[in-house]
Every structure is written in structure tokens, then in C-alpha cells.
Design a protein around this ligand. Structure first.
Ligand SMILES: Nc1nc2c(ncn2[C@@H]2O[C@H](COP(=O)(O)OP(=O)(O)OP(=O)(O)O)[C@@H](O)[C@H]2O)c(=O)[nH]1
Length: 466
């Protein structure tokens, strides 16, 4: 069976139609972890994985602490991808070197470090141009990848649903396209324009063929994703029709979003000490103390410099956040740079048009924060709710704060709902606060407190309104 045709019914889309060199180039560019890119055996796959890694960063602005935090995060990302980080080097420069990202002296130092520690991979803390990548690889003589490729790789490992996989693959191919040029020369030399019967036009170079195939694949993935987006919108529409208020949990990766969703709703979602454990959103229903229903949705984690290809590919997932009534922005209080992380999250929120939605800041992992640091956090976020998803501290307060921030049922109405409109009665029960119900010949007479949206829907049945 052709895996291309299986998609999106569950099988991972494969780039099987790309020929060997292109697949090798792709595998190299995306950091080797996408088994689907090639039919590698498990043993080969493990051998190919990133292993002993040296990190290199360029410190252009901010304090040395900022540069170190950024490199520490890169180390965490590399470990999430399954590598062992053996060293990290930072160079102070006004801007990255146009040719090799770091200056020539630092290149030699990295090469010496790589040789001394037996490393096999260098990861640059930034996005390298195709030329920089090739020049660095040539100079250091081991595989070089950049931050973007690493994040794409982690996403590829964690994507579970057909939609998530297609979104990641689309992002990977878009990252690959402009980078094919570097390999193109080598590939043209090796393969020339022979072969590929029926697949390439006369005189077309191999590079052009590969590009054309990748573009075709990108177009196909876009079509598949558009179909999946329609399904998602239909689901969302039915939710909107029922107008249950929605809360979206957003936050930097590893801040504790899934843990909070679990603590709030007892959902039993997977929690991992890994970056980007959640790529597929999960929605759970919850109720306020008065019994009104609302939904809570966990979203993909954000990260500084989230590759734009991923923001683009995950737009439909991220747009769910833009439709929420409230964003619960979870911050990891135990992280050395919570303000920087919060800023990165706000940037992504703005990019998906969610900046106007009311935000409730939640500082999590209180159990890990020293008392002095708690004081600092409280002065940084005076309106935040402080919780520990682990110990449960503050969760009741958080629930109350969420309920307070949801659209409030401040309109008192008495309506007469015909018996055929059972749907409206159940909506009133789940969304409003029903104070009394009486049955009479033409329908149920209900007195309730409702929010503005529900009041609008019930307009035709109102007997009395405050
Ligand atoms: N000590 C402590 N650890 C926590 C707390 N909340 C979450 N964690 C841990 O932090 C890690 C990340 O938690 P998740 O809930 O998976 O975080 P997330 O934000 O959903 O992560 P991504 O899906 O990667 O974006 C896990 O190891 C959790 O056990 C907390 O209140 N205290």
C-alpha cells in the first residue's frame, strides 16, 4: 500500500518519492530523527541519532546571563531530542559571522573541543544560512545543525495525530527548500540529470527536480491540512453554537500546562519532563461552582524563536487559542528567566491574533521556588495566581479566578421555553444559573441568570428581564 495515499487516515506521510540524495539531504537538515523520511531500521536510526553534541552560541545583546540561559535551553532541547550535550561555547560578537556564524578563532576552538571530547555533532544557537551551515561543517568536520532544525526534529518525534505529523512535515519541507541549493551542486555532480524516468523534463537539473518534488509535496500537505482544518472548524462551530465558554492554557514549553489541565479537570493527560511533550491540543470540560460548563484546552508549548515555519504550520492549532474567552498563561516560576519566557509567549500570541483576549497569569511550580524568589515573582506579576500543579496549592484559587474571569451570568431572565426546545433548556442548565422551573401548558417557565450571549439566544422566549 502506498503510504502517501493512506494519509490522513493515520499513516504518517512519507517522503518516499524523493530520491536517495534528497532524502539524505533532508535527513541531515532536519536532524536525523524523522524515521519516516527514509525506511531506516531501528538500529540504523539509533546510530544516526544526534549523539555527543557541542553547542555554540553567539552573544550579541543582553547580559551574559541571557546568553547562558539561551544556551542552557538549547541544551535542554538537544537532550529532549535524545542527545548528550558534552560542552557549550559562547562567543561575544556584535553580530554572527556572515560566513561561519562564529569567528574563525572560535571555529578552531570548537573543532578542538569536538576532537578532544569525541563529539559528533555541533548545534548552533540560531538559524544558520545554508552557506553558513556548509562552511561550518567543512571547517569542523562533523555534522552541524541549527536551533530551528533541532526544534523541527523534536516536533517530528512528538507529533502523534495525522494533523500534527502533516504540520511538522510541512514545516520541515519549507525549511529544507531554500537549503537544497548547497547539496544541489554535489547532487548534480553525482547524479547529473539522468534517471528519474518520467519525473523530470529534458535538461532539468537534479536540483530542480528535487525542488519540484518537494514543492509538489508541500502543496499536497497543504491540501490535506486544509481538509483537516475544515473538520476542526466544524467541531469548533458546534462548540461555538453551544457557546460553552472556553479557556485556553498557553505557556512556554515545560511550564506545566498539561499538569495544570490535569489538576483543574482530573484529565489524566500525559505529563513529561520534556520540551514539547504536547503537540496535539486536548480539550476537557469543567464546571463552575454554580454548575456552569466551560472548556479548558491545553495547547502546544511556545519557545523563544519558535521557527516561523512551525508557527505557520501550526496556525490552525494556535488559532484555537485566539477563539478562547480567556487565556490562562502559565509561567514556570522556578525558571531562571520567567519574564523572558512570558515575553516569548506573548509574541506568539500576538502573531496568531490572540493579544486582545483577557489573560490570567498563573505562576506555577511554586513548590520549587525559594521564598525570596516568590517575593520577586509577586512583584513582577502582582495580579497572578500562584500555584503548584504538583502539590495542588493554589488550584482552588485558580479555579475561582478562572470562573471570575469567564463571561459572567449577570442578566436575570424569566423565559417560557416550548417543550420542543429541550436543547435550550439544557443549554440554560449548563451555561446559566437556573433559579426556578415551572411547567405549564405551552412550555417550561424558567427563571435564570445568564451571560449576555445566552440572553441574546433566548430573546424570543423572554417573559421578564431585569
Ligand atoms: N515541581 C513541580 N513540577 C511541576 C509542576 N508542574 C509541572 N511540573 C513538571 O514540569 C514538567 C513539565 O510539565 P508539563 O505539564 O508536561 O508541561 P507542559 O507545559 O505541558 O509541557 P510541554 O507539553 O512540553 O509544552 C513535568 O516534569 C512536570 O512534572 C509543579 O507545580 N511543581
Amino acid at each position: 500500500m502506498n503510504s502517501q495515499e493512506d494519509f490522513p487516515s493515520g499513516h504518517t506521510p512519507s517522503t518516499g518519492e524523493l530520491d536517495l540524495e534528497a532524502r539524505q539531504a533532508l535527513r541531515r537538515v532536519v536532524g536525523l530523527a524523522s524515521t519516516e523520511l527514509e525506511d531506516v531500521t531501528d538500529a540504523e536510526y539509533r546510530r544516526l541519532r544526534l549523539e555527543r553534541v557541542v553547542l555554540v552560541g553567539v552573544w550579541t545583546e543582553g547580559t551574559i546571563d541571557d546568553a547562558e540561559n539561551s544556551l542552557a535551553e538549547l541544551a535542554q532541547l538537544a537532550e529532549t531530542a535524545g542527545s548528550e550535550v558534552v560542552d557549550g561555547l559562547i562567543q561575544r560578537r556584535s553580530k554572527p559571522d556572515a560566513g561561519t556564524f562564529i569567528g574563525s578563532g572560535k571555529v578552531r576552538e570548537v573543532k578542538d573541543t569536538v576532537e578532544a571530547l569525541g563529539a559528533d555533532t555541533v548545534i548552533a544557537d540560531g538559524e544558520l544560512s545554508p552557506g553558513q551551515l556548509i562552511a561550518l561543517e567543512k571547517a569542523i568536520n562533523v555534522k552541524v545543525i541549527d536551533r530551528t532544525a533541532l526544534i523541527l526534529d523534536i516536533f517530528a518525534q512528538h507529533a502523534k495525530s495525522a494533523e500534527g505529523k502533516a504540520q511538522v512535515e510541512l514545516a520541515q519541507l519549507q525549511y529544507l527548500l531554500p537549503r537544497l541549493r548547497g547539496w544541489g551542486d554535489a547532487m548534480s555532480r553525482q547524479g547529473g540529470s539522468n534517471g528519474g524516468v518520467g519525473l523530470r523534463g529534458p535538461g532539468e537539473t537534479k536540483l530542480e527536480t528535487d525542488r519540484r518534488r518537494i514543492r509538489a509535496k508541500v502543496a499536497k500537505l497543504r491540501r490535506e491540512l486544509a481538509k483537516l482544518t475544515v473538520t476542526r472548524e466544524t467541531k469548533r462551530d458546534s462548540r461555538t453554537r453551544n457557546r460553552v465558554p472556553g479557556v485556553a492554557i498557553a505557556g512556554y514549553t515545560n511550564a506545566g500546562k498539561s499538569s495544570l489541565l490535569n489538576a483543574l479537570t482530573g484529565a489524566g493527560i500525559l505529563v513529561q519532563d520534556a520540551l514539547f511533550a504536547t503537540l496535539d491540543t486536548s480539550t476537557r470540560r469543567s464546571r463552575t461552582a454554580e454548575g456552569r460548563e466551560y472548556t479548558v484546552t491545553d495547547t502546544v508549548g511556545f519557545v523563544r524563536h519558535l521557527p516561523h515555519q512551525l508557527v505557520e504550520a501550526f496556525r490552525s492549532t494556535l488559532e484555537e487559542v485566539a477563539e478562547a474567552d480567556l487565556i490562562v498563561h502559565v509561567i514556570d516560576g522556578s525558571h531562571p528567566d520567567p519574564l523572558g519566557q512570558a515575553e516569548a509567549v506573548r509574541e506568539v500570541l500576538a502573531e496568531v491574533g490572540a493579544e486582545e483576549i483577557p489573560e490570567l497569569v498563573v505562576v506555577n511550580k511554586l513548590d520549587l521556588v525559594a521564598p525570596d524568589d516568590v517575593l520577586q515573582l509577586r512583584s513582577d506579576w502582582p495580579d497572578a495566581v500562584f500555584v503548584s500543579a504538583h502539590s495542588g496549592e493554589g488550584i482552588d484559587k485558580l479555579r475561582a479566578a478562572i470562573e471570575q474571569a469567564l463571561p459572567q451570568p449577570h442578566t436575570m431572565l424569566t423565559v417560557c421555553i416550548p417543550y420542543v426546545r429541550g436543547d435550550l433548556v439544557s443549554r440554560l442548565r449548563s451555561r446559566g444559573e437556573v433559579l426556578s422551573t415551572e411547567h405549564r401548558g405551552d412550555g417550561s417557565v424558567i427563571t435564570a441568570r445568564v451571560d449576555d450571549a445566552l440572553a441574546g439566544e433566548l430573546r424570543a422566549f423572554v417573559l421578564e428581564k431585569d
